[in-house]
Design a protein around this ligand. Structure first.
Ligand code: GAL
Length: 965
């Protein structure tokens, strides 16, 4: 190998190893398929508005390859919007009071059929050398009810909005350089949950290529028996023969440590599989000096499964796993590696400010780090299977997971859903329990629930006997599911007597799957019924439910309980209890939808971590309330806290364990200071100061450097400060953003539960049909007579194409040429910058096109339609109806059954989005900046009237991430 190539290879190996990734394995490729999709809205029940899909005489369910309308490979999608995945179209909709309360009032669902079905199309080329490989199209998750076609062939329907699924498409592909077309129709009309769920292909899509003999999808399972630092792995691997012929192969199982060193290796005896056969091979592998996976040191190993044929490695499959023991004790809680760990968890839904459920991996990681920063060591994926990347991150960051199934069911379908979840996720060391369901009110407290629960639990154990099964229960304890489940999940102590359950079932461990129901708005300290703001003091929301503090005190005091999961870590869209419209997000989060902490975070940090913590609330900007008492609280894990107002002591108090301190302080502007003492020694202080009005904008990026691969994200905090640079906790004003360089804005937010501002600013694309087509035969020399004028009366002309003599015996129509008149409807006003484009599809071999009587294209041959369409000059257009005329020689049929095109295309009206903008809410807003390509400097500018503007530069560096198709 020439020296330069060798150096380049070494550099690539070094950079990929540094990122914890291996070089592409032999024989197997996994390519991201996230980029350059086309998107348009369809319709749930009107086929005309659904691109004619399913209207053919033979439907796509009748004969393979009969995908019609937008599902057809040759469908013209040039007028559709271009976008990258992940994508959530729900977050791009306006709000409406008629929309779903539980989903945050976005205008999607039954009442909004025009925004409830989305179509995605993408084409890609497969090299000829791939012929003979098995190629799979893999979706991490699509919300919901997706139908997938490849090259017009129906592949299947996936109802779930949360499961990962895949199709082996090797037999359907073109290998001759012709593009392959994937089409996905997504129908988000129905809800699966009672929280914001988004809409669209909101997780990654992959293309996996393997040799015919390969490790089956999710085909490995590694379990560990540990004795001291000696481990014995039990490794199951299912090998599939994707060819029609019998194949002989052997397998070598290698174990690599976190640095990529092989620490154990196990060759297996040769196997012969019949064509299309598959077999599970099991072996045991001893590993010396095992490094355990723990919360502090989440050490990961990799099982490298190599399939060999004729001395050649034909497949290499990598399984990330960790070695640890887990155990629930009915009296002492949860143990990781034999050590007691108090579960200090949060529940979370999937959405984030700006992007909805289309959360890029970098933002997922940022969210998990935010949770970890206040001592959250566990994550419940309420109430559905998560993105697989979330579990990879929990493995890497050391976070425990309850991995939750969606709906409880013991039918073959229901057990199949559980099976898919477990097979996909069972190698993750972070996952410590499978939850079979949540608050199944119809069954949780009765015999039916006990039966369904017992069947699901027993079935889950046939797939994974190493993890306890749990269910989150809100009522009927002592009966139903709670009588059969391994680990009882209590949803809210206000409705569950944990002591009584423990007394009745002393052998059953338990934990708080949901607890704490405080409603709080970040930065608000006076409840405002009119504005729908809840005060951020941690208060019991109702006699039946508990505050965070009340909930934690219950769990902390009972060793038999393994810990608890707060409802919730982050605010989420939907469930805006207790207010409702026009509130659109929940009030339960420890952090708001942007991940800005509410004060409860410091309560948790005080008692969930050992880091010295001291936090004062509220802010100290109360003009007009001079002399009036203000409730001042301190959260801390110091022994005592003393409060000072403008240097005058207001008393020193001992901090109650798992509690907080409170003072009533007559307001005077200035400085409120808390001093924390440990063993009598002054250890910490926290200060809140009265600020001046907002004077400047500050931009604070979560990371100053990004990978230039259209994925990486910097979470930018927008903070308003006063003249002295102090953050102003009460500043609410709109800020406008602009970005230049190789990046893009993907979302904005501010955590205000009543904000109805857009989260995303995207151009509006309207697809306008060319309608009312009438025609008349004409002479072949394509004349431009009075019939091309807009006002020409064509009332007596025949409807286009219908009267032509396209019958099965005649290949050509009778006339030599036709004039076809039609029209399209433009909006009454075309705003500034609006662009109207005709994406023409030939209806003739040669044609001349007139718009409003003026020629647009002359003697255009069928093959000449421009890829980007004809941009129509604004001077040519008028509001409302516009005339379009085609003078064309007809298309000819090659075969009697050919169907010549009769749709002359689509008019696209593109209205540019206004500048990105967001109000700050209590001094803060958030902008999500994503690097695109190539590497370079991204410059974000924020301006607001009367404030000093701010500019932030983010460096985007060349990325070794795998190339996308
Ligand atoms: C629980 C439920 C959660 C959420 C919460 C709101 O009953 O499991 O999903 O709805 O109530 O208080």
């Amino acid at each position: 190998m020439p020296l330069r190539q060798l150096l380049a290879l070494l550099l690539l190996l070094a950079t990929t190893a540094a990122r914890g990734q291996a070089a592409p394995p032999a024989g197997r490729e996994r390519l991201p398929l996230d980029f350059d999709w086309r998107f348009a809205y369809g319709h749930p029940f009107d086929p005309k508005q659904d691109f004619g899909n399913g209207t053919g005489y033979f439907s796509y369910l009748a004969k393979t390859g009969y995908g019609d309308g937008a599902a057809a490979a040759g469908f013209d999608d040039r007028a559709w919007r271009q976008l990258d995945l992940p994508h959530d179209w729900a977050v791009e909709q306006p709000f409406s009071e008629k929309a779903s309360f539980s989903h945050g009032f976005r205008a999607v669902g039954r009442a909004f059929p025009n925004a409830s079905v989305g179509w995605y199309r993408k084409s890609f080329v497969v090299p000829a050398a791939d012929l003979g490989r098995r190629i799979s199209l893999e979706f991490d998750g699509v919300f919901r009810n997706s139908i997938v076609w490849v090259n017009g062939h129906y592949l299947g329907t996936e109802p779930s909005g949360y499961q990962s699924f895949q199709y082996d498409i090797s037999d359907y592909l073109h290998y001759d350089g012709q593009p392959n077309v994937i089409v996905v129709r997504v129908d988000a009309t129905l809800e699966e949950g009672w929280f914001y769920e988004g809409a669209g292909i909101y997780r990654h899509v992959w293309l996996t290529k393997t040799a015919p003999v390969h490790v089956a999808p999710n085909g490995t399972f590694v379990t560990t028996q540990l004795a001291g630092n000696a481990a014995t792995l039990t490794v199951q691997a299912t090998i599939a023969n994707g060819s029609a012929q019998a194949q002989t192969f052997d397998v070598v199982q290698d174990v690599q440590d976190a640095l990529g060193h092989t620490v154990a290796s196990q060759p297996l005896a040769p196997v012969r599989l019949p064509g299309a056969g598959q077999q599970e091979l099991t072996c045991r592998i001893p590993v010396a000096n095992a490094q355990r996976w723990s919360l502090e040191h989440p050490t990961l190993y990799t099982l490298v499964t190599r399939v060999r044929q004729g001395g050649r490695v034909v497949d290499e499959y990598r399984t990330r796993f960790g070695m640890r023991t887990i155990r629930f004790d009915p009296n002492a809680g949860f143990f990781l590696n034999g050590e007691h760990v108090e579960i200090t968890g949060t529940n979370n839904h999937q959405d984030h400010a700006g992007v909805g459920v289309a959360v890029p991996d970098a933002l997922l990681e940022w969210r998990l780090r935010q949770l970890k920063s206040f001592g959250c060591n566990a994550y419940r994926t309420s109430h559905n299977p998560p993105a697989p990347e979330l579990l990879d991150l929990c493995d890497r960051l050391g976070i425990l997971v309850i991995d939750e199934n969606r709906e409880m069911s013991s039918t073959a379908h229901g057990l199949g859903e559980l099976r898919r979840l477990i097979l996909r996720d069972r190698n993750h060391p972070s996952v410590i329990s499978w939850s079979i369901g949540n608050e199944e009110w119809a069954i949780e407290g009765n015999e039916l629930g006990a039966r369904i629960g017992a069947t699901m639990q027993a079935y889950a154990k046939t797939l994974d006997s190493t993890r306890a099964i749990t269910a989150a229960i809100s009522g009927g304890l002592g009966q139903g599911i709670s009588t059969v489940i391994d680990v009882v999940g209590y949803n809210y102590i206000g409705q569950s007597n944990t002591d009584a359950q423990h007394a009745k079932f002393p052998q059953q461990p338990g934990w708080g799957t949901e607890e704490g129901s405080t409603h709080a708005t970040r930065g608000i300290y006076v409840r405002d019924e009119k504005q729908h703001y809840a005060a951020a003091y941690d208060q019991k929301p109702s006699p039946k439910f508990y505050s965070i503090e009340g909930g934690w005190q219950h769990y902390a005091a009972r060793p038999y309980l393994a810990g608890m999961f707060i409802w919730t870590g982050f605010d989420y869209r939907g469930e805006p209890t207790p207010f409702g419209w026009p509130s659109v997000t929940s009030y339960f989060g420890m952090m708001d939808v942007c991940g800005f902490p509410k004060d409860n975070v410091w309560y948790l940090k005080s008692w969930w971590t050992t880091q010295p913590t001291l936090h004062l609330l509220p802010h100290w900007n109360w003009p007009g309330r001079e002399g009036q008492p203000i409730d001042v609280w301190a959260y801390s894990n110091c022994d005592e806290v003393e409060l000072f107002l403008n240097k005058r002591s207001l008393g020193r108090q001992p901090m109650p364990r798992n509690g907080h301190l409170a003072w009533q302080v007559p307001y005077a502007p200035g400085t409120l200071e808390a001093v924390g003492y440990r063993q009598g020694r002054r250890t910490l202080t926290d200060v809140v100061r009265t600020t001046g009005p907002a004077a400047a904008i500050r931009l604070l990026p979560s990371q100053p450097t990004l990978q230039a691969a259209r994925q990486d994200v910097s979470v930018v905090t927008v903070q308003l400060t006063d003249q002295a640079g102090r953050p102003v906790p009460t500043a609410n004003q709109p800020v406008t953003f602009s970005l230049i360089g190789p990046g893009r804005l993907i979302g904005v937010g501010n955590g205000d539960p009543t904000s109805l501002e857009p989260d995303r600013y995207v151009d509006t694309l309207r697809l306008v049909p060319i309608e009312k087509l009438r025609e008349q035969a004409t002479t072949p020399d394509l004349p431009a007579g009075p019939e091309v004028a807009p006002a020409y009366d064509d009332a007596r002309w025949a409807p286009a194409f219908i009267s032509r003599q396209y019958d099965s015996t005649q290949l050509a129509p009778t006339a030599k040429a036709y004039v076809t008149r039609g029209s399209f409807e433009l909006p009454r006003t075309l705003g500034p910058g609006t662009q109207v484009t005709l994406f023409y599809q030939p209806i003739g071999r040669e044609q001349t096109i007139y718009v409003n009587g003026r020629p647009l294209a002359q003697h255009l041959l069928a093959a000449q339609s421009p890829p980007h369409g004809f941009v129509l000059d604004a001077a040519l257009l008028r509001p409302g109806r516009n005339s379009i005329v085609f003078v064309a020689t007809p298309l000819l049929k090659n075969k009697p059954w050919d169907v010549p095109n009769t749709l002359p295309g689509t008019i696209q009206v593109r209205t540019p989005a206004p500048a990105w903008q967001r109000r700050t809410f209590n001094g803060l807003a958030q902008v999500l900046v994503q690097a695109t390509q190539p590497a370079g400097t991204i410059t974000l500018t924020a301006t607001a009237p009367g404030l000093k503007a701010s500019t932030l530069q983010i460096k985007s560096v060349a990325s070794p991430l795998p190339a996308a198709q």
